[in-house]
Design a protein around this ligand. Structure first.
Ligand code: NAP
Length: 265
């Protein structure tokens, strides 16, 4: 499995597991747990969740899925709502995530998106959570270049370990400014919706003759082409979501696919 380095030197798998909408349908619970375990055992032992997802249902499902594994072998990411990301809300929010996940600590705690609480206050709270051992490191999500520049100018802002943003073959806006800036600072992008939500975000790209042609040449599916495209970028972690064990196996296989430079561009 390809790996990616965080600014603090930690090495994590470049392929992880998204969990939005997982845990929301009781009849699917066992299948979704199996899907997450297939991913973990296949080396994608990085799991992305959030207090927002299903109002905690996703974290509860992840907690059940990870229960049999050695905690140190997993990399757990959760996210705090922007309105909880200050001294009044973050400590309870973090405690809630830890309780639902059944763990003592998060590997990475992200500000879900920029809200009205000053970034300096969020950073100071993140530092306190780190000192308390509740989180190992912190980062952000959905911050654009301007917001990242603001963040890194603040005291301890340089502690940010990742920016989780939208990135897929049909949405490559970050390539123009945010991503080169992050790369210079060795801050990885965590790419969400790498499969365009099963193609639905950009049907014209997912179903395009170009994607189908590349899939045919490699004997893979169009979804695997989309994922391989994201995974072959430098300093990018992809977190496709699947509640279907067969799809997770395909996603693991996509991590081994090598696209040519022309196919990648
Ligand atoms: P996604 O991963 O791009 O797509 C998920 C969809 O693709 C599901 O419908 C899934 O269906 C399908 N799928 C997965 N593997 C497949 C395969 N091999 N073949 C065919 N279909 C496949 O979309 P996403 O869930 O929106 O994004 C990924 C993760 O990023 C989220 O789950 C979440 O953890 C994170 N996220 C973060 C933010 C943020 O603001 N930070 C925003 C959006 C998402 P099946 O279940 O049937 O496989």
């Amino acid at each position: 499995m390809k790996r990616c380095s965080l600014p603090d030197g930690t090495s994590v798998p470049a392929l992880g597991l998204g969990t939005w909408y997982l845990g929301e349908k009781k009849p699917l619970e066992q299948q979704e747990i199996t899907a997450l375990r297939v991913g973990i055992e296949g080396g994608a032992a990085l799991i992305d969740t959030a207090e927002m997802y299903g109002d905690g249902q996703s974290e509860l499902l992840v907690g059940k899925a990870i229960a049999p594994y050695d905690r140190e072998g997993l990399f757990l990411i959760s996210k705090v709502y922007p309105w909880n990301a200050g001294k009044r809300g973050i400590f309870d929010a973090c405690e809630g995530s830890l309780r639902r996940l059944g763990t003592e600590y998060l590997d990475l705690y992200l500000l879900h998106w920029r809200g009205s609480i000053p970034l300096a206050e969020t950073i100071s709270c993140m530092q306190q959570l780190k000192a308390q051992g509740k989180i190992r490191r912190w980062g952000v999500s959905n911050l654009d270049l301007h917001e990242m520049q603001q963040l890194l100018r603040l005291p301890r802002g340089g502690g940010c370990q990742a920016d989780e943003v939208l990135f897929h073959l049909g949405s490559r806006g970050i390539e123009y400014d945010l991503w080169p800036w992050l790369r210079e600072r060795r801050i990885p992008v965590i790419a969400y919706c790498p499969l365009m939500q099963g193609g639905s975000l950009r049907r014209s790209v997912a179903d395009s003759p170009v994607v189908r042609d590349i899939a045919g040449r490699h004997g893979i599916t169009p979804m695997q082409v989309l994922l391989a495209f994201v995974l072959q970028q430098e300093q990018v972690i992809a977190i496709p979501r699947s509640g279907n064990p067969a799809h997770v196996r395909e996603n693991l296989a996509a991590a081994e696919i090598v696209l040519t430079p022309a196919e990648r561009s």
